[in-house]
Every structure is written in structure tokens, then in C-alpha cells.
Design a protein around this ligand. Structure first.
Ligand SMILES: Cc1cc2nc3c(=O)[nH]c(=O)nc-3n(C[C@H](O)[C@H](O)[C@H](O)COP(=O)(O)OP(=O)(O)OC[C@H]3O[C@@H](n4cnc5c(N)ncnc54)[C@H](O)[C@@H]3O)c2cc1C
Length: 394
């Protein structure tokens, strides 16, 4: 009988976290299976033409010797690059991630995992083609796309009327249409700006009293640098703490961690979309949507607050964020999922080594942010995760 080999570890996901972790574990000589479409979220769930919010030096993947950072890729390919002040194009970052996969994660299998269940002391993975893989440990690096959050009343409307922004990469299909983007953060502003550039008449509706655009880069004097030291997730001493000491953050009480992770770096659109938004988009601030009805195939949004009137559009794009919910990952078998202890916000409770209450099952990326802090919501958090897991698995 042909008994399948039991590999050590499966990495599920091929974004910045999965790829950086796989590169580190491969160097340690661990027997690995790595699954996922490289940089899929960046290729399918973010709008074409977008620029990254993170600076160049913080928008990178991590190989064990830090030899192939985004700066090196740009140099090799004649792409303009600066550590700070020059926004990174989404297309360049996603091409870079794919090249990183080719160089450092050659074992990557571009197949999705359909189900994960227990198998004795390890796990059994069912792949999209029904192949079964057995492993001792699973590192779940599946990203945020499955966590797209549609709050009421949008979750009660048909998909022809409303969709979450993560459903779109190519916005050209909206040319000539009228679209309402709901939200006040970076994604809302990015989508609104790019929709207007794609030829859509665009409204942006937010409960906030203004869009809090980031300041454009400027020369920072000594005083400002001392008061707000720069980090991979932005300036400020609190960000220094979150980026440098995620293990200390992990030791804080759970409620405090959840509160900090939820509020640190609130909604703030990027400075470089400001002109387009201000010139081309009808921005409705201090606006509450009190109801949405469908009339002749169009959405009529009833508004309250400063702009009490209504707006009629062909489609609503909800830039309403992401909510961690393991059930929505859609790959954890129910028995396994119910054994994973979660915190008050629904995120898995993780050990200092990213292990959940199910022995051998690890979570990284945004799913680990309530454990290790805001840095885990960004690509730059992959450095900490990859190094820590590489030490753990050596
Ligand atoms: C619009 C937008 C803009 C952003 N801009 C920035 C930014 O400028 N800088 C920044 O640092 N962060 C940014 N982020 C946050 C960003 O999502 C995270 O930094 C980053 O994606 C985290 O990497 P990851 O590897 O955890 O997840 P992802 O990049 O989401 O990768 C997840 C991977 O898992 C794979 N996968 C999922 N399910 C399965 C499965 N069942 N089987 C196999 N594979 C699977 C996918 O194919 C994908 O390869 C942005 C997010 C959004 C939505």
C-alpha cells in the first residue's frame, strides 16, 4: 500500500506572511508543504492602480538573510524606489512578492486548501483537487480576504446592489456608472479615487466629520523626530513599542490588547489620493445611512445628519473593513474550530509562539493581531513572525 509521507509543516497561504515564514523554515531544513496563490490578495482583492500606504522600507517580504528586500527588486528591475516618500505601486509590490516566491519558496504549490481536520496528533489537509496531505503542524497564513465585513443594512441587500470593496481589482467595469463608496478610511478613499479615474461618478459617504488624510512627507526637524520617531507602521513612541516589542505586548491583559489593536492607527486615507478625492469625488461627511431601498435596479440611500437627503446610485461599494472570524475562513473543520479558544473579539488566543489552544495549529497575520499587536496587521509584521517561528521550529 502506498502510504503518503507525513511532512513536518504545512504553511497555508502565500502572501507576505506565508512566503516569509516558508523562506525561513526552508532554510532551517524543515520538510514543508506550502499552499496558496502567491500574493493573491494583492492581485485580486485590492484595486489596480493603488499605491501602498506603507513606506518602501516597510513594504517588503523577509528572507532569512534580508537579501531580497523590495529595494533590491526595484534596483534589479529599474523601478524608482525610496525608503520613504515615494509611494509603492501595488503592481510592483505584487510582482516583487511573486519573484520572492520563485526564489525562496520553490516548493510552493498553487493550490488552495479546502479543509483542515485533526489526524491523530497532527492534521489532515484536503486540497482543492481532493488530494489529502498529512502534516504534524499547520501554520495558517490565510490573510484577511475571507474576513471582509459587510455590516447592516448592506448585508441584507443583493450582490447586484452592494459588494465589499475586496471583491474588486479591476474597476474599469464601473465606467459611466454612479457608485457610492461607504467608509472613511484608506480603502474608501483609494477606491473612490480610482473609481473616479475609471470614469465612474463617485460619492464617498462617511460618518466622520472629515477625511483625516495623512500629511505628505516633509522635512522633519529634530524636535519632531524626537517626539514622533519613525517606525514601519508610522511615527510615534506607541508605534515604537508595538513594532519593537510584540512579545511584551503579548504579555498585556487581553482586553487591553484588543482595545489597542482596534484603535491604533484609525481610519486615515493617504496623502497622495487627496487631490483626486477632493477634485473628483462628492464627499458626504458626517453622514449616516439610515436606509437603502432598491428602485428600478438602482440603490437609493437615505441619508441623515449633515446631509439629510438621498443619493441614487448604480452600485454601493462598502469599504467597511474586516472582522476576524475563524468560521469565515471556511477551511477549519467544525470540530477543530470549536477546540480553538478565542478572545472576547473572536480572535484565537495564541501562545508567545503563535500556537493556538490546538497543539500544532498556528495563526499569523491579522488573525494574530490581538495577540501581538497592530504590527501584525501589516506586511512588516511578517519579519517578527518569520523569525520567531524559525527559532521555534529549529
Ligand atoms: C486595500 C488594502 C490595502 C493595504 N495596504 C497595505 C499596505 O500598504 N501595507 C501593508 O503592510 N499592509 C497593507 N494592507 C494589509 C495587508 O492585507 C496585509 O499587510 C498583508 O496582506 C498581510 O499578509 P498575509 O500574508 O497575512 O495575507 P495576504 O496577503 O492576504 O495573503 C493570504 C494568502 O493566503 C492564501 N490563502 C487564503 N486562503 C487559502 C486557502 N484556503 N488555501 C491556500 N491558500 C489560501 C491566499 O491565496 C494568499 O496567498 C492592506 C490591506 C488592504 C485590504
Amino acid at each position: 500500500m502506498n502510504i503518503p509521507a507525513v511532512e513536518d509543516i504545512a504553511v497555508v497561504g502565500a502572501g507576505p506572511y506565508g512566503l516569509s515564514i516558508a523562506a525561513h523554515l526552508a532554510e532551517k531544513g524543515r520538510r514543508l508543504r506550502v499552499f496558496g496563490t502567491p500574493m493573491e490578495t494583492w492581485r485580486k482583492n485590492m484595486p489596480a492602480g493603488m499605491h501602498l500606504k506603507s513606506e518602501g522600507f516597510a513594504s517588503t517580504l523577509y528572507d532569512p538573510r534580508s537579501q531580497f528586500r523590495l529595494s533590491r527588486y526595484c534596483k534589479e528591475n529599474g523601478i524608482a524606489y525610496a525608503d520613504r516618500g515615494l509611494p509603492v505601486a501595488l503592481e510592483n509590490f505584487s510582482e516583487y512578492g511573486q519573484e520572492f516566491a520563485r526564489r525562496y519558496v520553490p516548493m510552493l504549490e498553487e493550490r488552495a486548501v479546502k479543509a483542515i481536520r485533526r489526524n491523530g496528533s497532527g492534521f489532515k489537509l484536503t486540497l482543492e483537487d481532493d488530494q489529502i496531505v498529512t502534516v504534524q503542524q499547520v501554520i495558517c497564513a490565510a490573510g484577511i480576504a475571507r474576513y471582509a465585513h459587510l455590516p447592516p443594512p448592506f448585508n441584507e441587500l443583493p450582490g447586484s446592489i452592494v459588494s465589499h470593496c475586496s471583491a474588486y481589482h479591476d474597476l474599469s467595469g464601473f465606467a459611466g456608472k454612479t457608485v457610492a463608496v461607504v467608509g472613511g478610511g484608506a480603502s474608501a478613499a483609494d477606491y473612490a479615487a480610482l473609481l473616479s479615474e475609471a470614469g465612474a461618478t463617485t460619492h464617498l459617504l462617511t460618518r466622520r466629520d472629515r477625511l483625516a488624510f495623512h500629511n505628505p512627507p516633509h522635512r522633519r526637524g529634530l524636535r519632531e523626530r524626537l517626539r514622533y520617531p519613525f517606525t514601519t507602521i508610522g511615527p510615534g513612541w506607541d508605534s515604537v513599542f508595538y513594532t519593537q516589542l510584540p512579545t511584551v505586548f503579548h504579555a498585556m491583559p487581553s482586553q487591553r490588547r484588543i482595545a489597542i489593536t482596534g484603535r491604533h492607527l484609525g481610519p486615515a486615507p493617504c496623502w497622495f489620493v487627496r487631490d483626486t478625492v477632493e477634485k473628483n469625488v462628492s464627499v458626504h461627511t458626517s453622514t449616516k445611512i439610515t436606509g437603502v431601498s432598491v428602485q428600478d435596479g438602482k440603490a437609493v440611500l437615505t441619508l441623515d445628519g449633515a446631509n439629510a437627503n438621498s443619493v441614487t446610485v448604480d452600485h454601493i461599494i462598502a469599504a467597511t473593513g474586516y472582522k476576524i472570524d475563524l468560521a469565515r475562513l471556511g477551511i477549519l473543520d467544525d470540530t477543530l474550530r470549536l477546540d480553538i479558544r478565542t478572545d472576547a473579539a473572536g480572535s484565537p488566543i495564541l501562545s508567545p509562539r503563535f500556537e493556538s489552544s490546538v497543539r500544532g495549529l498556528y495563526f499569523v497575520g491579522a488573525t494574530a493581531a490581538n495577540s501581538f499587536g497592530p504590527v501584525l496587521r501589516f506586511a512588516c509584521g511578517a519579519e517578527f513572525a518569520a523569525r520567531r517561528l524559525a527559532r521555534h521550529f529549529q
